[in-house]
Design a protein around this ligand. Sequence first.
Ligand code: HEC
Ligand code: HEC
Ligand code: HEC
Length: 198
Amino acid sequence: MMFRIASVTLAAVMLVMPLSISAQSKDPLSFNRLMADPETRNAPPLKDGIHDPDNPATDRLQSPREAFSALPDANAGNYVDWVEALQDGLINPRYDLQDPDMSPTVMDLDIVREVKGSMPDVVFPHKEHTEWLDCANCHPAIFIPQRGANPLSMAAILMGEQCGACHGRVAFPVTQCRSCHSRSKTPADEAATQKEAQ
Ligand code: HEC
Ligand code: HEC
Ligand code: HEC
């Protein structure tokens, strides 16, 4: 269900790409989130390059900055920590479009993926995903439901596959390395990695 909505939004975003690219070319630094002026974040509908500024109804839409002001901050994406907002009960999204009484089947299972080299290991939390998403959004099309069965790589993720099917599109972007690479290696792991490097 969620995934279908996500792809509609994606299609809408892609349709307006030329518009936002031309807006970006005026400010050569805007591609870099750290150098972008905070005032340009979550622009109001009239200036977001997505809504039609000539439509008289656009002006009546609530600005995201106003809508998000009561929600916990994040430092990328649309600057809201959606996981915390949901867990703190600040938002209560409907799980199913048709059935208002439907609630998610939450599964609390972390999958740790060991990473070679100096980056911390990746922890994939089922809990935080299944609070929003049905199993069928990921299994079996994106990931075979078996620990270690999927050859995951950062290159594929950056190309918009695997975790990148959502991260950077509808969930926090790939620039937030530590959100996924969250488990420090044990001293024994570190020693083994160093040996390998020698
Ligand atoms: C956002 C994507 C996503 C969603 C949604 C999701 N999973 Fe997974 N699941 C994964 C990933 C990633 C793995 C790890 C695969 C790997 O290591 O190769 C995994 C692994 C598993 C495994 C294997 C565990 C093991 O120890 O071998 C099972 C079983 C599983 N998922 C069941 C479910 C069920 C049931 C749901 C719904 C309640 C669900 N998953 C929802 C991404 C997801
Ligand atoms: C089907 C979409 C989808 C896929 C695929 C997906 N995620 Fe997510 N992920 C989400 C959504 C939605 C959230 C919650 C919104 C947010 O945090 O931006 C989330 C949140 C997270 C969080 C935050 C948990 C917290 O406590 O804040 C982590 C970590 C994460 N994902 C890691 C991964 C990793 C690693 C993979 C690949 C193995 C992956 N995700 C694949 C949709 C997805
Ligand atoms: C959405 C989750 C996510 C984010 C964000 C993320 N990674 Fe990864 N990363 C992964 C997963 C999953 C793997 C594969 C782990 C495995 O081998 O099983 C990986 C693997 C890697 C590897 C090992 C080599 C490879 O290509 O597999 C490196 C290095 C790496 N990531 C660096 C980074 C850096 C640097 C950032 C931030 C710019 C980053 N990652 C952000 C999920 C993420």
